[in-house]
Design a protein around this ligand. Structure first.
Ligand code: ADE
Length: 236
């Protein structure tokens, strides 16, 4: 199965960065069909203008409703392919914060449309009429939604069947179990006088599993006690 991801951005070349590593493999194996659309191609004047000054004054520019909505409508399957293009997600610092649960839901869809905004944001009427979900990747402000969209795509790519190679790893590690990951070691056994914990060399798989669980709980308690509280409440 292929997940079609439509991306609307005035910098489509930035998404070349997805051609490496896990997302590169997802594209190569056609687990993801990435469809890039530039709102400039839908601008109404010969300068290809897609932004304008905000009504009411203030700093910066706002992405205009017309080119952006025309771009969304062009990729939205209803008009072009007679089917829904799945949810339209706007990446924005004032969106709800994305979690691994959201990533899992996105990965299970057949199609997804991402809007990467620039400047101070997009005209509110595009959100009203065409956006289903406004999502932030964290409490900090980026200069545009492109990197946020790529973060979402990479997080989704590694969950798609056949992409990781080892389907177990995606399920086992951090956040899927609701807590942080345990520490990892590989050869050599001694590095700058630091030895690999003895238990990992013991071959006792039960003991190793117990040690890893205890380490994961310890680091979670120290760094993200909120995750342990959420887990005990059974909420996301
Ligand atoms: N665009 C700018 N900042 C962002 C953020 N934190 N998350 C998603 N999109 C953004």
């Amino acid at each position: 199965m292929t997940l079609r991801i439509n991306v609307i951005s005035i910098f489509p070349e930035m998404f070349d960065a997805l051609g490496f590593g896990m997302s590169g493999r997802a594209l190569e194996k056609k687990a993801i069909d990435l469809c890039l659309t530039n709102p400039r191609d839908f601008a109404k004047n010969r300068y290809r203008t897609i932004d304008d000054r905000p009504y009411g004054g203030g700093p910066g520019m706002v992405m205009m409703a017309e080119p952006l909505s025309a771009a969304i409508d062009a990729v939205s399957g209803i008009k072009t392919r007679g089917q829904s293009a799945g949810p339209v997600v706007y990446l924005s610092p004032k969106g709800r914060r994305m979690t691994q649960t959201d990533v899992e839901l996105f990965a299970a869809l057949p199609e997804l449309t991402l809007i990467a905004g620039r400047y101070e944001g997009i005209d509110e009427r595009v959100i009203q009429t065409r956006v289903d979900d406004e999502v932030s990747i964290g409490d900090y402000v980026l200069a545009g939604g492109e990197f946020a969209a790529m973060v979402l795509i990479e997080a989704v790519a590694r969950l798609l069947p056949g992409v990781l190679g080892n389907d177990e790893s995606a399920v086992q590690e951090s956040f899927t179990s609701g807590i942080l990951d345990y520490p990892h070691y590989t050869r050599p056994e001694c590095f700058e006088n630091l030895r690999v914990p003895e238990v990992l060399l013991s071959g006792d798989h039960k003991k190793i599993a117990a040690w890893r669980k205890q380490q994961a709980l310890k680091v979670t308690k120290e760094r993200r006690p909120d995750l342990l509280e959420k887990r005990s409440q059974g909420t996301d």
